[in-house]
Write a protein that binds this ligand. Structure first.
Ligand code: GSH
Length: 296
């Protein structure tokens, strides 16, 4: 192992605001809002406050899939939360998600609004509300939920661990990159083995497990996360590749990826979504210049 500078932690940790690294400016050791800001509200039953990072895309794909199945109650307004600018610390957002992270959903269809935060919880809420993309039979339902929770528990090692140290940290630390590259490859292998014998994660049917896992591990498999495709030899995970391509062909997935996206090709950016027709008329190539915001 190469030498790393020796760091002796002090007795009591204090906040070093100059710690550096991408996103250092939005990281804080305290919760709560930093400023007063009401959230906008549209006319649909579901109000989504989000950004097209992998966690955000899970929810917009789910909503587009529900609409594609004919669930008109899943009509939604999607509002852009720019996490680089600190929108997640506004008082209105924090009232919906005390954890200050996208995505956050407000269901206004009943007598009292219901707030839902954590992308896995949002997927489960919508699946139960509309009776879709969650198997009914106990064994496959449990398998589906196991993979959903697997994703929620595993992706922080991929994003906060591997992605952070490989792409964002101010210095490259061999120990950290090694540790999380190993774990990320292990996770890809877990998925590859499951998908070798099953078309989808919960078995034969596409479900919220696939909707949760695809934006992270599908993007990773295509070299779209952290510029790490070659480093992790992602092409070796053949079954993950097959499954990724299969899901990418779904029209609802193609629409869901565009919502609240504020980087990349202007034609792929739909900053806000209020109507189905917005996909044809309101993308950035049609209405203006892209703004700079980045996926975390
Ligand atoms: N476990 C959460 C994670 C959400 C999350 O990490 N969101 C990121 C973007 S992908 C975020 O909002 N970051 C802003 C921040 O950390 O201040 C979920 O799945 O909903």
């Amino acid at each position: 192992m190469t030498d790393v500078p020796v760091y002796e932690p002090p007795k009591v940790w204090t906040w070093n605001k100059e710690s550096g690294g991408r996103f250092a400016s939005i990281n804080r050791p305290i919760a709560g809002s930093t400023h007063e800001k009401e959230l906008p509200v549209g006319r649909h039953p579901l109000q989504l406050y989000s950004l097209a990072t992998p966690n955000g895309v899970k929810v917009t794909v789910m909503l587009e899939e529900l609409l594609a199945l004919g669930h008109t109650g899943a009509e939604y307004d999607a509002w852009l939360i720019d996490i680089g600018k600190g929108d997640q610390f506004g008082s209105g957002f924090v009232a919906i998600n005390p954890n200050s992270k996208i995505p956050a959903l407000l269901d206004r269809s009943g007598p009292e609004p219901i707030r839902v935060f954590e992308s896995g919880s949002i997927l489960l809420y919508l699946a139960e509300k509309f009776g879709a993309f969650l198997p009914k039979e106990i064994k496959t339902r449990t398998e589906c939920l196991s993979w959903l929770f697997w994703q929620m528990g595993s992706a922080p090692y991929l994003g906060g661990g591997f992605g952070h140290f490989y792409a964002y940290a101010p210095t490259k630390i061999e120990y950290a990159i090694d540790r999380f590259a190993m774990e990320t490859k292990r996770q890809l292998d877990v998925l590859d083995r499951r998908l070798a014998d099953n078309e989808y994660l919960s078995g034969g049917d596409y479900s919220i497990a696939d909707i949760a896992v695809w934006p992270w591990y599908g993007a990773l498999a295509k070299g779209l996360l952290y510029g790490a495709g070659e480093f992790l030899s992602v092409q070796d995970y053949k079954h993950v590749q097959r499954w990724t391509d299969q899901i990418a062909r779904r029209p609802a997935v193609q629409r869901g990826r565009m919502v609240n996206r504020s980087w990349g090709e202007p034609s792929s950016q739909l900053h806000e979504r209020h109507e189905r027709s917005d996909f044809e008329t309101k993308t950035q190539d049609k209405i203006g210049e892209p703004v700079a915001a980045e996926s975390k």
